[in-house]
Write a protein that binds this ligand. Structure first.
Ligand SMILES: [Zn+2]
Length: 536
């Protein structure tokens, strides 16, 4: 169902952010493409013509989609890929005592008789004993009930009967079931490779992956017992960097043969040299505010952050709180891969649990800024229909958020609008995620077009810095092509609006200025090549 909207003849292109706290996320310059009148009008004709639907979707599949700024590594991997990785790594699947309810992945080395408690299950499954099966056993079972249970737990469907809290409970259960597989640093490289391949398939050239490299654990034999052992942060980040390099080396061999649009006149072989990274990846360290604020995490038996990060090294087996560790890594220049911090969770939980180290989080952040310099911070906020929680959007802006994840409550909260609109804080919108978690009954009811076209901020016609994202592509069974098809066809986006939406995923990324400029230039070249060569 399409909304009736005023199609803007020209759109005001966003060239900078007004916020004084966003100086280093300011885009290099605005989109200054030559007029694409005939392409733009063909685009709108095709969008409205049911006979051209398949060809129109093919165009959106081919669209260079810029960057994706809101994607959680654990939730991004498709179920078939999770099972492939689990099979390859010898991970097991745990089912509850009725033997059919999937509880979660379990470490393949587990030896209950040697004292290792796998702790695989979310609370809902704490019904011992568990039954452990290999992926092959589940796949080969004559009865698909086990495999169906795995899919049911790991994917989230929209269900009109569920309320917001039960939906988020289901969501947390899915993450709980993934823990043993996705928290293990020995699997993280395979997860990164999987999401990079998906990004390449959907023509996303920059990925800002949200994950937590701090305090990752693997199960290893220590003495004569299996134990969980904390892996140094530097080691986990090295595993991620190696996976990025290897995946890009493989993708580069496909660079000229898979139909990617290249600038006219590009000599064969010259493009990879000019742009050696098919998918640029950066890490945003994400974590629950409560966990991040816990002081004095105990290090594992072989924990040693090493001389690489002396400012956050554990002393006498006691580590600084995770926010300090994350902030140090994200502060400019301390680690090439880490570009920002994402705080997840509700502020009142921090205070209720009394887990704030010594000071309120705003004071902690202020101290860290003095100590390490600035680090880009974004927050998940306003992902709710509950009025009592919508005020968190304005609080997130006060904390210095450079971007906001979801900010759905912006549609109805005046305080949120005052804060976000005043500073033009960029928004990361995930249509399918909000739909699957029942924030809207249908995509057409999403306030996306009011956010993007500036109506919410009272600046209709001046587009707000909005990017499009999957959030958890595997869990919500979506991808960037589907998100663009949904946004363009539901809200009747023009060609210029569609391009700007893709470009925003680069303009508001936390990567350094030079990398951003290179990515934006490459994106422009690919857009020009697409416009030139597309056969309607
Ligand atoms: Zn998210």
């Amino acid at each position: 169902m399409k909304k009736t909207i005023t199609v803007l003849a020209t759109i005001a292109l966003i060239s900078s952010c007004a916020s004084p706290i966003q100086t280093d996320s300011r885009p290099p310059d605005a989109l200054t493409e030559a007029p694409t009148g005939s392409f733009a009008s063909r685009f709108e004709q095709a969008r409205e013509d049911p006979d051209q639907a398949a060809r129109f979707e093919a165009l959106l599949a081919a669209l260079p989609k810029g960057g994706e700024l809101h994607t959680h590594l654990s939730g991004a991997v498709r179920v078939d890929e999770l099972l492939r990785i689990a099979k390859q790594k010898g991970e097991l699947l745990a089912f509850a005592h009725n033997q059919t309810e999937f509880c979660g992945f379990a470490n393949g080395h587990l030896k209950l008789d040697e004292g290792f408690d796998p702790k695989v299950a979310p609370a809902v499954c704490q019904a011992l004993p568990f039954t452990y099966k290999t992926v092959a056993e589940v796949e080969q079972a004559a009865n698909p009930v086990l495999l169906d249970s795995v899919h049911d737990v790991l994917t989230i469907e929209h269900n009109e009967g569920d309320d917001e809290r039960s939906k988020f409970k289901q969501f947390r259960r899915a993450f709980g079931a993934l823990d043993a597989l996705t928290d293990n640093p020995d699997n993280i490289g395979d997860l990164v490779a999987s999401v990079m391949n998906d990004a390449y398939r959907h023509r996303v050239s920059y990925l800002e992956l949200m994950l937590n490299p701090i305090g990752r654990k693997r199960v290893a034999m220590v003495g004569n017992k299996y134990q969980e052992v904390v892996v140094p942060i530097a080691d986990t980040l090295d595993i991620i960097q190696q996976a990025i390099n290897q995946t890009n080396a493989t993708l580069r061999t496909r660079w000229h043969s898979d139909g990617r649009y290249l600038p006219a006149g590009t000599k064969p072989g010259s493009w990879p040299g000019a742009w050696p990274q098919p998918v640029e990846v950066r890490v945003v360290i994400a974590g629950l505010r409560t966990r991040f604020a816990q002081p004095g995490d105990r290090a594992g038996s072989n924990q040693a952050n090493g001389p690489k990060f002396p400012a956050i090294e554990c002393v006498n087996n006691i580590c600084p709180h995770r926010l300090k560790q994350a902030f140090y890594l994200a502060a400019s220049g301390n680690h090439d891969l880490v570009v920002g911090i994402d705080l997840v969770g509700l502020p009142e939980v921090d205070y209720a649990s009394g887990r704030i180290p010594d000071l309120p989080i705003e004071d902690v952040l202020s101290d860290l800024r003095k100590q390490f310099g600035d680090a880009p911070i974004k927050l998940h906020t306003g992902e709710t229909l509950e009025p009592a929680r919508s005020r968190h959007v304005a609080e997130a802006v006060e904390l210095g958020a450079r971007r906001l994840g979801h900010a759905f409550a912006l549609a109805t909260d005046q305080g949120a609008q005052d804060a976000v609109c005043r500073y033009r804080v960029p928004l990361e919108i995930s249509l399918t995620s909000n739909y699957r978690l029942n924030l809207v009954s249908r995509i057409a009811d999403h306030p996306f077009d009011d956010f993007y076209r500036g109506t919410t901020c009272g600046t209709a016609g001046v587009h707000h810095p909005v990017s499009l994202n999957t959030d958890d592509a595997g869990m919500f069974q979506t991808d960037m092509t589907k998100e663009f098809i949904l946004a363009v066809t539901t809200f009747d986006l023009s060609w210029d609006e569609t391009k700007q939406l893709a470009l925003n995923g680069l303009l508001y990324g936390f990567m350094n200025r030079d990398d951003k400029a290179a990515l934006v230039n490459r994106w422009r070249d690919e857009i020009r090549a697409l416009e030139k060569s597309w056969q309607w």
